[in-house]
Write a protein that binds this ligand. Structure first.
Ligand code: GLN
Length: 484
C-alpha cells in the first residue's frame, strides 16, 4: 500500500478495499514509528486528519469522490491551514495556529484530500539542507547522517520514507527540486503564478511558488490539477483556463528536442551526478528524443543576483514579525522599540537574520542602484537566455544539484558553499519558468541523483510527459530507502 501510486490508492478507496480512515491511520502509525528519528514532520494532529478521513469516506460512499478524495497528503509547514499549528520552521511562529486556509490548502480540502500533517522545513524556507529549522534538522531516509536538502526537506524525506502518499513544497530558488533530488523523489515547481501564494508564508514574493512532491510524475500531475488555479486574493495569480496536467502523459517522445546547457555540465558538477544525468539523456535518445547543445551565458550570475533580490524581498516580507501582531513576543522589554528588537532577536535564527541584514543593506539609500537595480537588470538577461534557448529546443535538461546529499553539519558554517547547492535551480525561479526534478540514478555513497527538467512558460504538461515516459522505461523513481 505505501508504494502505491495515487491512482492505485484512489481505485482501492473506490473499490472499498480500504477506507480513508484506515489509510490515514496506516500513515499515522508509520509517522509515530519513524518520525522521532527522521524529524520530517513538525506537527501531526490525528484528530484533525481522521475527521477529514471520515468525511472523505462519506463522500466516497455517496459517489462524489474526485481523484484525491480520501488520500493523505502532507503539507509543508509554510502553508496556513485552519486550526493547524503553522510555524514556517521558526520560533517566531512556534505558537501560531492559523485561523484560515491557504488557497492551496483550500483546494486540497475541496478535493476531499486528508491533511496528514505539517512537514519540517528550513526557517522561513531559507536554506538548502533543512538545518536552519527551529525544530531541528531532518535526516535523509537514504542515509541518516546526511541532509535531505532544503527548504522542503521534511516533505522530501516524508515522501521518500513513505510517511505520506504525496506532499507539497515551495520553491523560491530550488526548494522543491533540490530536496527532491537529494531524497530520490519527484518534484515540480510550476510556472510563476500557476499556484496562488495566498496563505503561503512569504519569503521572496516574486520568486516563491508552490508545487507538488511525490513518488512519480504521474502523481505530480494529479496533485498539480488540484493545486493550480486562479485566486483573486493573490495579485500575481494567473487567470487561465483550467488544464489537465495529465493529458499528455502517454504521448511518445519522438522528435522531442532536449537542450543541454553547456554551463550546467561544467566545472563544479560532481562526477557521479554528471554520469547519472548523461545516462538519463542516453535513455531519452532511446525514447526518440534528440539533443541540442545550448548556452545560458548569464546563468553563472544567478546565485549572486538571487542573493540580492531574495533577501531584499525577504527583509520587507519579514518586517511583519514584530512581536505585536502574532507569533513570538519577548517576555521582558522596557518600551515598544525594545519589544520589537528583543522579539526579533530572540524569534529569528541566524540565517534569517543574515538575509534580513543583506536585504536591508541592498535596499538602503546609496546601495539600491548599485545592487538591487543592477540585480533586477541581470534577472531580465537571465530570463532572455531561456527565451533564446527555447527557440532551439522544446525542453531543457541537466543536473538538479551539483552533488548528492552531503553530511549533516558539513556546510553549516559556510553559507556560500550552501548557496551553491542551488546553482542549477535558481535561474529558473528568476525567469519564472517551470522546473522539475526526477530521480535518475545513484551517485557516490549510493545516494540518489536528480535530473532537472526545465520547460517553457506553461509547459508543465510537456515536462510531465517527458518525466512519465522516462519513468515507464526506468525504475529509479520506484526505489525506496531500505531498513528505516
Ligand atoms: N536554498 C535557497 C535559499 O536558501 C532556496 C530556498 C527556497 O527555494 N525556498 O534561499
Amino acid at each position: 500500500m505505501i508504494n502505491a501510486s495515487l491512482k492505485q490508492l484512489s481505485a482501492q478507496l473506490a473499490a472499498k478495499k480500504i477506507s480513508s480512515v484506515e489509510l490515514t491511520q496506516l500513515y499515522l502509525d508509520r509517522i509515530a514509528a519513524l518520525n522521532p528519528d527522521l524529524n520530517a514532520y513538525i506537527t501531526v494532529n490525528p484528530e484533525l486528519s481522521l475527521a477529514q478521513a471520515r468525511e472523505a469516506d462519506a463522500r466516497i460512499a455517496a459517489g462524489k469522490a474526485e481523484a484525491l478524495t480520501g488520500i493523505p497528503i502532507a503539507q509543508k509547514d509554510i502553508f496556513c491551514a485552519k486550526g493547524w499549528l503553522t510555524t514556517c520552521g521558526s520560533k517566531m511562529l512556534h505558537n501560531f495556529v492559523s485561523p484560515y486556509d491557504a488557497h492551496v490548502i483550500g483546494q486540497f480540502n475541496n478535493a476531499g484530500a486528508v491533511n496528514l500533517g505539517k512537514t519540517n522545513m528550513d526557517e522561513f524556507a531559507m536554506g538548502s539542507s533543512n538545518e536552519t529549522s527551529y525544530y531541528g534538522p531532518v535526516k535523509n531516509p537514504w542515509d541518516k547522517t546526511r541532509v535531505p536538502g532544503g527548504s522542503s526537506g521534511g516533505t522530501a524525506a516524508a515522501v521518500a520514507a513513505r510517511l505520506c502518499a504525496a506532499a507539497t513544497g515551495t520553491d523560491t530558488g530550488g526548494s522543491i527540486r533540490q530536496p527532491a533530488a537529494l531524497c530520490g523523489v519527484s518534484g515540480l515547481k510550476p510556472t510563476y503564478g500557476v499556484c496562488s501564494r495566498y496563505g503561503m508564508i512569504a519569503f521572496a514574493s516574486s520568486l516563491d511558488q508552490a508545487g507538488p512532491m511525490a513518488k512519480s510524475a504521474e502523481d505530480l500531475a494529479l496533485l498539480l490539477n488540484v493545486m493550480a488555479g486562479f485566486d483573486e486574493r493573490d495579485s500575481t495569480s494567473l487567470q487561465r483556463e483550467r488544464e489537465d496536467y495529465a493529458r499528455d502523459l502517454a504521448k511518445p517522445l519522438n522528435g522531442l528536442r532536449i537542450g543541454l546547457p553547456k554551463e550546467f555540465f561544467a566545472e563544479g558538477l560532481g562526477n557521479d551526478v554528471g554520469l547519472a544525468v548523461q545516462a538519463a539523456i542516453t535513455e531519452y535518445k532511446k525514447l526518440g528524443a534528440t539533443v541540442v547543445d545550448i548556452s545560458l551565458p548569464n546563468s553563472r550570475l544567478s546565485v549572486p543576483v538571487y542573493y540580492v533580490l531574495a533577501p531584499a524581498e525577504a527583509s520587507s516580507n519579514l518586517s511583519r514579525f514584530d512581536g505585536v501582531r502574532y507569533g513570538y513576543r519577548a517576555p521582558e522589554y522596557v518600551d515598544l522599540a525594545d519589544l520589537y528588537e528583543k522579539s526579533r532577536a530572540q524569534g529569528f535564527g541566524t540565517e534569517v537574520k543574515r538575509r534580513i541584514l543583506i536585504g536591508t543593506y541592498v535596499l538602503s539609500h546609496g546601495y539600491y542602484d548599485a545592487y538591487y537595480i543592477k540585480a533586477q537588470k541581470i534577472r531580465r538577461l537571465i530570463a532572455q537566455d531561456f527565451s533564446n534557448a527555447f527557440k532551439q529546443c522544446d525542453i531543457i535538461m541537466g543536473p538538479t544539484s551539483p552533488s548528492t546529499a552531503f553530511k549533516l553539519g558539513e556546510k553549516g558554517d559556510d553559507p556560500v558553499q550552501m548557496y551553491l547547492s542551488d546553482i542549477y535551480t535558481i535561474a529558473v525561479n528568476l525567469a519564472g519558468l517551470p522546473g522539475m526534478s526526477i530521480p535518475c540514478g545513484f551517485g557516490e555513497n549510493a545516494m540518489p541523483v536528480g535530473l532537472q527538467i526545465i520547460g517553457n512558460y506553461f509547459d508543465e504538461a510537456r515536462m510531465l510527459n517527458a518525466a512519465h515516459q522516462y519513468q515507464l522505461a526506468t525504475d529509479w523513481h520506484s526505489r525506496a530507502p531500505q531498513g528505516l
